[in-house]
Design a binder for this molecule. Sequence first.
Ligand SMILES: [Zn+2]
Ligand SMILES: [Zn+2]
Length: 148
Amino acid sequence: MANTWTGGCLCGGVRYRLLQMLFGLVDCHCLDCRRASGAPYVTWGVVQRENFELLSGTLRAVPHAGRIRSFAACCGTQILFEDAPQWPRLDVTIATLDDPTPFPPGRAIWIEDKLPWVLLDPSIPTGAPATPAAEPKPKNEASTPETN
Ligand SMILES: [Zn+2]
Ligand SMILES: [Zn+2]
């Protein structure tokens, strides 16, 4: 059986399961992520939509600036980001995973919005990649996330 990764909201009302290892991990310093989370930046990972399974609770989708952010309806934890409705990929807030430790960010984006007292890890690149993060081949699913 394939590995799965579980997570949920602050109060436990929303529980979800990922049927795929997250890829394309980024720290996003944009203003919208900051406001949506109440934190200086948000670390996101990507899964194919069909590999996100909501186990319990309800997500509240909030359209903003042409994107969709989904929050736990019960307690407001931000769970998902979509570039457009029914986008084939979902960005997941990795800090809502029960164990985010296997998912270090590989890139910092929107650093033009970064707060001056947030220190960047000099070992990871910044800015948008030349090409969007590619989904790893199945044989690489168990390896560490891409770092460039
Ligand atoms: Zn909740
Ligand atoms: Zn952002």
